[in-house]
Design a binder for this molecule. Structure first.
Ligand code: GBH
Length: 469
């Protein structure tokens, strides 16, 4: 196996607006569903909110310099919808756009390619008040917002992503309720999934119509590598059901222009899917210049009629299943090493997903748009942060990417989650994913040893044999 990555490979890190920016009321920004949710007692660990987060809104220049010092050539960030279009309707707010224009210009000045995500979960609260993603109108609103941002920044941003992880927006936001807006309604979950698919299609069209030649349109999914606990027909059917709800509910319309028939049949007790109008499915399938894959951990499932079976499927603190219509599947903790999230470390899952989407999206280049791990690393007496577990994790996952490339996958970039420690959604500030440590009191940034390791990889394009920091 070659240890060298292809020329032009993008070496980046990733963040999301609500997780890093803070400044929720500055320059005309209004609340998003994550402001409302995090300010609702009991929804996040310790009542944590993104009010300050890591103050990136005021430390943008320092954060870009940090990336430049590490020699990274790309950066994936998201735009906060309520900063740009506070009510989710109407014209863009200039000051909101100015922040992102400034960020992009800083990046370009340092030779860092901006990779812009339009939606990383922060829906304007006013649109949720009008029904949110379960309502069709939200898809049209999203396309209009995409057009506004595309018109404003298309002259300097080449790479565009519509949605980040629509599975989380629908299944965790409207199903298990562990993410904003915290609803627990199986039918609303499926409706949300469809309107996210439709929103993606409409936004991709809107972007194409306003971006200059060379503009690239993508979407980032979090496909699940679903494994059956045994090869019994019942366990294999459990895998099929979860694969439909985790993966094919998005890849079906987006890549093939149709919802899978088994998904429609499995959910027949909940809905006849009449919210899918004629022409919608074809519209969801827009040409993609690349497909983003976010990967953390696989899932292991079996058939089960035991409602008390232990679950490890992202329920978090919720009593509600994220999976609409599924009542006979158990989730199992895979054996072996886990990260601080309790997520099993399994780089083979990433390899398998890259090979799968190479087949399912032939001719579409792939990017790993998120991969990384939370560990409980701490500074030593000299303030140095050694995080050898994270280096080992990254090494193993980049080896999996390298192996997929050897086996024919057209992988063009890797975006490490995350540049710096930040607001980890319902977990608040208790989980650190950064390669840069942030002291949440002083906001001081300190690159961990993993940041230096990653910088060396980015500089050479060669994966070291031994993952020493
Ligand atoms: C991403 O979501 C997000 O895009 C990013 O904002 C976030 O900070 C980052 O990951 C880290 O969480 O519950 O044990 O079955 C990833 C969300 C993670 C949800 C894996 C499903 C299944 C693990 N996904 N999870 S488990």
């Amino acid at each position: 196996m070659s240890d060298t990555f292809p020329a032009g490979f993008l070496w980046g890190t990733a963040t999301a607006a609500y997780q890093i920016e803070g400044a929720p009321q500055e320059d005309g920004r209004t609340p998003s569903i994550w402001d409302t949710f995090s300010h609702t007692p009991g929804k996040t660990e310790g009542g944590a909110t993104g009010d300050i987060a890591v103050d990136h809104y005021h430390r943008r220049a320092e954060d870009v310099r940090l990336m430049a010092d590490l020699g990274l050539n790309a950066y994936r960030f998201s735009v906060s919808w309520p900063r740009v279009q506070p009510t989710g309707r109407g014209p863009a707010v200039q000051r909101g756009l100015d922040f992102y224009r400034g960020l992009v210009d800083d990046l370009l000045d340092h030779g860092i390619e901006p990779v812009l995500t339009l939606y990383h979960w922060d829906l304007p609260q006013e649109l949720e008040a009008a029904g949110g993603w379960p309502e069709r109108e939200t898809a049209y609103r999203f396309a209009e917002y995409a057009r506004l941002v595309g018109e404003a920044l298309g002259d300097r941003v080449r790479r565009w992503t519509t949605l980040n992880e629509p599975w989380c927006s629908s299944f965790l936001g409207y199903g298990s309720g562990v993410h904003a807006p915290g609803r627990t309604d199986p039918l609303a979950t499926l409706r949300a999934a469809h309107h996210l698919n439709l929103g993606h299609g409409l936004a991709a069209q809107a972007l194409r119509s306003v971006l200059p030649a060379g503009g690239q349109v993508s979407v980032s999914l979090n496909p699940s590598c679903v494994r059956a606990r045994t090869q019994s027909p019942d366990d294999l059917d459990a895998r099929r059901q979860i694969d439909a709800l985790a993966n094919r509910i998005f890849s079906g319309p987006m890549l093939n222009g149709a919802y899978p028939e088994d998904l429609i049949a499995d959910t027949a007790r909940l809905t006849d899917w009449s919210f899918v109008q004629s022409g919608d499915e074809a519209l969801c399938k827009q040409p993609l210049d690349s497909l983003g894959i976010n990967y953390y951990t696989p899932a292991v499932v079996s058939a089960s009629t035991d409602p008390t079976a232990e679950r490890h499927d992202g329920h978090g603190a919720s009593d509600h299943s994220p999976w609409p219509g599924v009542d006979s599947v158990a989730f199992h903790q895979p054996p072996g090493e886990v990260t601080e999230m309790g997520w099993s470390v399994d780089p083979t899952g990433m390899y398998e997903l890259l090979m799968r989407y190479s087949r399912e999206a032939p001719g579409v280049p792939l990017q790993i748009t998120e991969s990384g791990a939370a560990y409980d690393d701490k500074p030593d007496a000299d303030g140095v942060v050694h995080d050898p577990e994270r280096i080992r994790y990254l090494h193993a996952h980049l080896s999996a990417v390298r192996r997929a490339i050897d086996d024919g996958a057209d992988v063009r970039g890797y975006f490490l989650w995350s540049l710096m420690d930040n607001f980890e959604w319902a977990y608040g500030y208790t989980k650190r994913f950064g390669v840069v440590r942030v002291d949440f009191e002083t906001q001081r940034r300190t690159p961990k040893s993993s940041a230096h390791w990653y910088a060396k990889l980015a500089a050479t394009g060669v994966l070291p044999d031994v993952p020493l920091g």
